[in-house]
Design a binder for this molecule. Structure first.
Ligand SMILES: NC(=O)c1ccc[n+]([C@@H]2O[C@H](COP(=O)([O-])OP(=O)(O)OC[C@H]3O[C@@H](n4cnc5c(N)ncnc54)[C@H](OP(=O)(O)O)[C@@H]3O)[C@@H](O)[C@H]2O)c1
Length: 251
């Protein structure tokens, strides 16, 4: 265990252009090697400069396509071999998708489920085993309140998050006692690129606020954090709403 609850070693950010992911990486960067994994990894100069300016000892990039599950084991083993131990891995890739299109087009519906659930499960399985072999490590995964009780208005994205949330809860229990810790983050509406053009839902947050909560959660060894915290009791109540009301809820 390294400084103040954070495991020593490289920080791996999968979704190297994610607004929330980069905010987390900036906060974890001082003195560490940071690896940004993204598609078009030759176009990450801006992100590398941002992380270097935040104090990283080195910043590396790797080509990472979440949808290419078959590539994950070799890719992640190569990262560990080339850049040493992974201390903290952050899975920040994801798509919101187009709900209206997904209701008509099965290929779009399954593409959302693939990136937001299947690909996450693939990466998590590989990383969990890698970190287990190391004997310690921290994993950060982004669920969403959209998956806590799935809404008619975004049931495709919401169901992917519901699946992911369940997968991660089980995996966290499987990792109990292994030295590997998994932080499940449940943000509400985050004002940023993914939600551009939408009017913010109640209890919205910014990528910076989500990142603050993530780092705080990592430091105290939390298993899950809601951002903002009020969403936990709010969604406890939301679960009790009758379906005729629930089905009219906006996204
Ligand atoms: N924003 C919100 O309101 C909100 C709320 C709750 C939870 N979350 C979750 O928080 C996480 C981070 O979201 P964010 O707001 O930071 O989103 P973001 O800024 O839109 O970043 C998402 C990143 O995922 C990457 N990505 C998508 N498909 C990929 C693939 N097949 N392979 C590799 N990378 C891929 C994109 O890469 P490219 O640059 O290549 O397109 C993009 O940079 C996501 O899991 C999201 O679902 C977000």
């Amino acid at each position: 265990m390294g400084t103040r609850g954070l495991v020593d070693g490289a920080v791996l950010l999968l979704g190297g252009r994610s607004e929330i992911g980069l905010e987390v990486a900036r906060r974890l960067a001082p003195g560490r090697v940071v690896i940004l994994g993204a598609r078009r990894s030759d176009e990450l100069a801006e992100q590398c400069a941002e992380i270097a300016a935040a104090g990283a000892s080195a910043v590396h990039t790797i080509e990472f396509d979440a949808d290419d599950s078959a590539s994950h084991p070799a890719l992640l083993e190569k990262v560990a071999a080339e850049h040493g131990r992974i201390g903290i891995a952050v899975l920040a890739f994801g798509v919101l998708g187009d709900q209206r299109r997904a209701e008509k087009d099965p290929a779009h519906a399954t593409a959302i489920l693939h990136t937001d659930f299947v690909a996450q499960a693939s990466v998590l399985t590989v990383l969990a085993n890698l970190l287990r072999t190391q004997g310690e490590g921290q994993l950060v995964v982004f669920s969403s309140v959209a998956g806590v009780r799935v809404r008619r208005a975004n049931y495709v994205y919401g169901s992917a998050k519901a699946g992911l949330d369940g997968f991660v809860s089980g995996l966290a229990d499987a990792l109990h006692g292994s030295g590997v810790r998994l932080l499940l983050v449940r943000p509400g509406f985050v004002i940023g690129r993914m939600t551009e053009g939408m009017s913010p839902a109640p209890f919205s947050s910014t990528p910076g606020q989500v990142a603050d909560a993530v780092v705080k959660g990592l430091r105290r060894g939390a298993g899950r954090v809601w951002v903002p915290r009020i969403l936990q009791p709010v969604f406890f109540a939301m679960r009790l709403l009758p379906r005729p009301i629930w089905r009219r809820m906006p996204r």
